[in-house]
Design a binder for this molecule. Structure first.
Ligand code: HEM
Ligand SMILES: *[C@@H]1O[C@H](CO)[C@@H](O)[C@H](O)[C@H]1NC(C)=O
Ligand SMILES: *[C@@H]1O[C@H](CO)[C@@H](O)[C@H](O)[C@H]1NC(C)=O
Ligand SMILES: *[C@@H]1O[C@H](CO)[C@@H](O)[C@H](O)[C@H]1NC(C)=O
Ligand SMILES: *[C@@H]1O[C@H](CO)[C@@H](O)[C@H](O)[C@H]1NC(C)=O
Ligand SMILES: *[C@@H]1O[C@H](CO)[C@@H](O)[C@H](O)[C@H]1NC(C)=O
Ligand SMILES: CC(=O)N[C@H]1CO[C@H](CO)[C@@H](O)[C@@H]1O
Length: 338
């Protein structure tokens, strides 16, 4: 969107404006530098310390926070709409029921507010927290861009509509990512986030008992894995157990390329996991990540930055929320003049 626009102001004044960023400013690395009351406050460091100390108590924050960025950015852009509470808010939608990490973001926001009140958006805290989670998980450090502002709207129906389900075919998934400006390489790298975390039986049970309406298991699933998942997820059990998305038990909480090796061994858990290794549009990328951990980590970092730029709100749009769970109250009316 780089270019020149002619904008008419008032009656006859014509000005040329560079609208590479819709003239609202742009995301930048280190946006919060020098924006806090104390010039030396390092906002990213406050978030780092908050997340790393919380992660000591609950290391499953690593997958939770990485997924939070995905679910935020794919619905209304990276605007912290996922954090808003409310009976019809995004977080109540089926794809969000297992999203976690809200308290961790609240705590990071509180730590930031103590030293830099009213300046740092919840949308940026999600992005910074996902980067810390990646690094804590052994992934590559990367610079995040900041300067996002928080949205005012959060709708469950939008989360249901825009978040891909576990059974999405590869071509449809490519289209969803492309619609947000993300390449096939970005998509494969980002789905590589499934190198950490878990899925509930309800997300992949059809692959065990009724694949694509056949009444049988998915024939592409490794047989030993199928046997063990059937034990984890009995057909008629009402209990929704969990399985690691990365079946390598040594690295299920590590941001590395082992997920790609597992899916090459037919040990993908979700439909989409296995499909990206079977589809000719994505299998070469899977192979390149499976054979080179450094390459995967570099592409993952780049893709997280790209995803973090999806449909962001820039000053003066949106607001800086006081609490990440609710939009700011309207300003008080001016005091009555006597
Ligand atoms: C086509 C794209 C994707 C689909 C269909 C998909 C689907 C899912 C599903 C169904 C689960 C399991 C939820 C549950 O049963 O508890 C899951 C978990 C997860 N997803 Fe994805 N996902 C996709 C892309 C992504 C992306 C882009 C990221 C982040 C960059 C991501 C990160 C995660 C993580 C970390 C978990 C584990 C969460 C936890 O342990 O709490 N996913 N995903
Ligand atoms: C903050 O630091 C910048 C860069 O060093 C400097 O230009 C600016 O004057 C400083 N502001 C204050 C209020 O100290
Ligand atoms: C991050 O940005 C800083 C400052 O702009 C730069 O010195 C550093 O090399 C960058 N690191 C990476 C991993 O890109
Ligand atoms: C699923 O079944 C439909 C028809 O019932 C078929 O057209 C489609 O190719 C099947 N998909 C897969 C992945 O096997
Ligand atoms: C589960 O329920 C289905 C349908 O009611 C039945 O056909 C199947 O035998 C049951 N499976 C087990 C393991 O009980
Ligand atoms: C991708 O899949 C196609 C069709 O199965 C196969 O011919 C090709 O060798 C695969 N590519 C890689 C890199 O595995
Ligand atoms: C974490 C979270 O807010 N989960 C909510 C998801 O939606 C269900 C159903 O509305 C709520 O009960 C959960 O609290």
């Amino acid at each position: 969107m780089k270019g020149l626009a002619t904008v008419a102001l008032g009656l006859s004044l014509i000005v040329l404006v560079n609208y590479s960023c819709f003239c609202y400013g742009d995301l930048q690395v280190g946006y919060y530098k020098y924006r806090c009351p104390d010039n030396n406050t390092d906002v990213e460091k406050i978030v780092r310390q908050s997340i790393s100390s919380q992660n000591l108590l609950d290391p499953t924050l690593i997958p939770a926070l990485i997924r939070l960025q995905f679910h935020d950015c794919f619905v209304r852009g990276c605007d912290a709409s996922i954090l808003l509470d409310g009976s019809t808010a995004e977080k109540t939608a089926p794809p969000n029921l297992t999203v976690r990490g809200y308290e961790a973001i609240d705590n990071a926001k509180s730590a930031v507010e103590e030293q830099c009140p009213g300046v740092v958006s919840c949308a940026d805290i999600i992005i910074m927290a996902a980067r810390e989670a990646t690094v804590l998980g052994g992934g590559q450090f990367f610079n995040v861009t900041t300067g996002r502002r928080d949205g005012l709207i959060s709708l469950a129906i939008e989360a249901t509509a825009f978040l891909p389900s576990a059974e999405i075919p590869v071509d449809a998934s490519i289209a969803v990512f492309a619609g947000l400006g993300l390449s096939v390489t970005d998509m494969v790298a980002l789905i590589g986030a499934h190198t950490v975390g878990v899925a509930h039986c309800s997300s992949f049970k059809d692959r065990l008992y009724n694949y694509n309406g056949t009444g049988k298991a998915d024939p592409t699933m490794d047989h030993l894995l199928l046997t063990s998942l059937k034990i984890t997820c009995p057909q008629n059990s009402t209990q929704d157990n969990i399985a690691n998305l990365d079946q390598n038990s040594l690295s299920f909480n590590t941001v590395d390329n082992s997920y790609f090796k597992e899916i090459q061994d037919n040990k993908g858990i979700l439909g989409i996991d296995q499909e990206i290794d079977l589809d000719t549009r994505t299998n070469a990328t899977v192979a390149s990540f499976a054979s080179d951990n450094k390459f995967f980590n570099a592409q993952f970092a780049a893709a997280m930055v790209n995803m973090g730029a999806v449909n962001v709100l820039l000053d003066p749009l949106g607001e800086i929320r006081q609490s990440c769970r609710s939009i700011n109250p309207p300003p008080l009316p001016p005091p009555p003049s006597k």
